[in-house]
Ligand binder design. Structure first.
Ligand SMILES: C[S@@+](CC[C@H](N)C(=O)[O-])C[C@H]1O[C@@H](n2cnc3c(N)ncnc32)[C@H](O)[C@@H]1O
Length: 251
């Protein structure tokens, strides 16, 4: 998997070009996530040493959502971030989780479908089944790397959010400095297939480290968000830079 180069992202410098989107075909992405849906939460907790909950709470705070708000969680997976958003908006609010994988959506419905004001819908992040400006904020948690175009993804999330609302992206990132980044991605490359073997999902879990190869760094993701029309884009690095939390405001 090589990824397509984007001279704009790199500004044409000699630095290796970052990819502009995931080049694994969507049906393969869907069946891969379908296959890991039953073990996803357990593997995630193991691979993140339980820190994933803390990162999701940071993402919820970044949305600025409060009681009665309307939140959209794109690439919701098993629904943990969706449920955390639901906690912020309360029973008087509304939260929609959207995912491409039917197995993930079924899992999310079973786990959180009974929560007040929460719904889970099958759909593509690049063509969301929601009306323009119908949410106060949208999140995408560890989902961006899977999209065929990162920029189109941000454009579509922005379309769903009202003017002045926020788009929040929580995603794996290449830590700095470079030596630490190499160590971190090296460890991920070893840990993911080991976890995959442990949970009998070897093929699926070799996809994960590959999707990080050539993924834009946090600074570049901020640029992608600006190109997609978001303003006041900021980001912070979490987990010693292994995760980045980006926030932008819809114009
Ligand atoms: C690593 S999981 C993240 C799940 C969840 N957001 C979390 O924080 O744990 C990535 C999710 O993205 C979904 N996904 C991949 N491509 C998608 C697309 N084009 N549209 C919507 N969801 C997609 C997958 O089905 C999967 O559930």
């Amino acid at each position: 998997m090589t990824g397509s180069a984007n001279p704009e992202v790199t500004g044409g410098r000699s630095k290796r070009a970052s990819r502009v989107g995931n080049d694994v075909p969507e049906p393969r992405v869907t069946s891969m996530f379908d296959s890991i849906a039953p073990v996803y939460d357990r593997m995630n907790t193991l691979m993140t040493a339980g820190l994933d909950g803390r990162w999701r709470r940071a993402a919820v705070r970044a949305t600025g959502l409060g009681r009665g708000g309307r939140g959209l969680d794109v690439a919701c997976g098993t629904g943990k971030l969706t449920a955390a958003l639901a906690g912020a908006v309360g029973p008087e609010g509304k939260v929609t989780g959207v995912d491409l994988s039917p197995a993930m959506i079924e899992h999310a419905k079973r786990a959180f479908g009974e929560l007040n004001g929460v719904e889970f819908v099958l759909g593509n992040a690049l063509a969301l089944p929601v009306a323009d400006g119908s949410f106060d904020a949208a999140t995408i948690g560890f989902g961006l790397r899977n999209l065929a175009s990162y920029e189109d993804g941000f454009r579509e999330l922005s379309r769903a959010v009202r003017s002045g609302g926020r788009v929040v992206c929580l995603e794996l990132s290449q830590p700095r400095p470079r030596w630490w980044g190499h160590l971190y991605t090296g460890a991920f490359r070893i840990a993911a297939p080991v976890m995959g073997a442990l949970f009998r999902r070897r093929a699926a879990y070799s996809y994960l480290p590959n999707s990080l190869k050539g993924f834009p760094d946090a600074q570049e993701i901020a640029e992608v968000m600006r190109r997609a029309g978001l303003r006041d884009v900021t980001f912070k690095r979490l987990a010693l830079g292994g995760v980045a939390l980006h926030v932008g405001t819809v114009a």
